[in-house]
Design a protein around this ligand. Structure first.
Ligand code: CO
Length: 298
């Protein structure tokens, strides 16, 4: 990895870490999810990075892949268990990080601590040559010891330039992956813990999307929006909220682009039995045999 790439990975990581902390501090009763997302993304841009994906705000049994629309009036309610998952990139080099917080109650501190502890146990063991399945084994064991279950069908991921999910998956259980962590890898490790069975299902399609292929679009306005999307977000995930800047009919155009197969949407992921889920995530840079957390806040 050259100096430029290293600088960018570290800068993106530290900005993502600060943005995560800002987001967590904004989770207060009565605040809208949309205002939190917009403020966190604005912060990332003020600091000289760009959002690598829309801020994911996932509450209670929702594990991931929800980002509010601008007209969403949903507010945080006392007792909510809120995951804030934030990504920033600098010249395509990504920092991805998440934390969980409870709104004005202390009913789920053990669950929140379980995913965080598993993350830190994983960080301890990761270096050049670490078997990927052993990371999953450690995450699972740690969460079970805390009295919860890992979500077995969610996993972390390797990241490459402008590619959020590249190469390796990092499991939260000991699966039979035959792969090893290597120097110069950038990986996101993200344990999810639950008081349920530990399986998430694809819920309804959410409002986070990505471009999947070039398709001729006859509708001129929708075609123009697809061009804007490609130019501004490239291959990275984006959301309806961001498309409002391109068109006052963004929702309508997105439906058309989906129907034509130009973009796909991420399904909202929910715990199968409606159990509560917590998440903790850091981006790790493997260097000189060891790992460095890039998304620890400065
Ligand atoms: Co991630």
């Amino acid at each position: 990895m050259d100096e430029h790439a290293l600088d960018c990975v570290r800068k993106a990581g530290s900005i993502a870490g600060e943005a995560r902390e800002l987001g967590i501090n904004l989770v207060v009763p009565g605040k809208t999810l949309a205002s939190l997302a917009n403020e966190v993304e604005a912060y990332i841009m003020e600091k000289g990075a760009k959002p690598a994906f829309p801020v994911n705000i996932s509450i209670n049994e929702v594990a991931a892949h929800f980002s509010p629309n601008n007209d969403d009036k949903t507010v945080f309610e006392p007792g909510d268990v809120v995951k804030v998952d934030v990504g920033a990139h600098v010249d395509g080099y990504i920092g991805d990080t998440a934390a969980t917080v409870e709104v004005g109650s202390r009913n789920w501190q053990g669950l929140i601590e379980a995913s965080h502890r598993a993350l830190m146990m994983a960080v301890e063991m990761i270096g050049d040559g670490t078997p990927v399945r052993a990371i999953g084994g450690t995450v699972k064991r740690s969460i079970l010891e805390s009295g919860y279950r890992p979500v077995s069908n969610l996993h972390g991921h390797e990241m490459k330039r402008y590619n959020l999910h590249a190469g390796l998956s990092i499991p939260n259980i000991d699966d039979d992956t035959l792969a090893w962590i290597r120097n110069d890898m950038v990986i996101a490790v993200e344990p999810f813990a639950t008081n349920g069975n530990g399986v998430v299902n694809n819920g309804k399609p959410g409002n986070i999307y990505r471009v999947i292929r070039d398709r001729p679009i006859k509708d001129e306005k929708a075609a123009k929006m697809l061009e804007d999307i490609r130019q501004y977000f490239g291959t990275l995930p984006f959301c309806e909220r961001w498309c409002d800047a391109f068109s006052n009919e963004a929702a309508h155009h997105l439906k058309l682009l989906l129907r034509h197969g130009a973009i796909s949407s991420y399904s909202i992921l929910k715990e199968r039995n409606g159990a509560v889920v917590s998440q903790a995530e850091h981006t790790l840079l493997v260097r000189n045999g060891k790992c460095e957390i890039t998304t620890r806040k400065m």
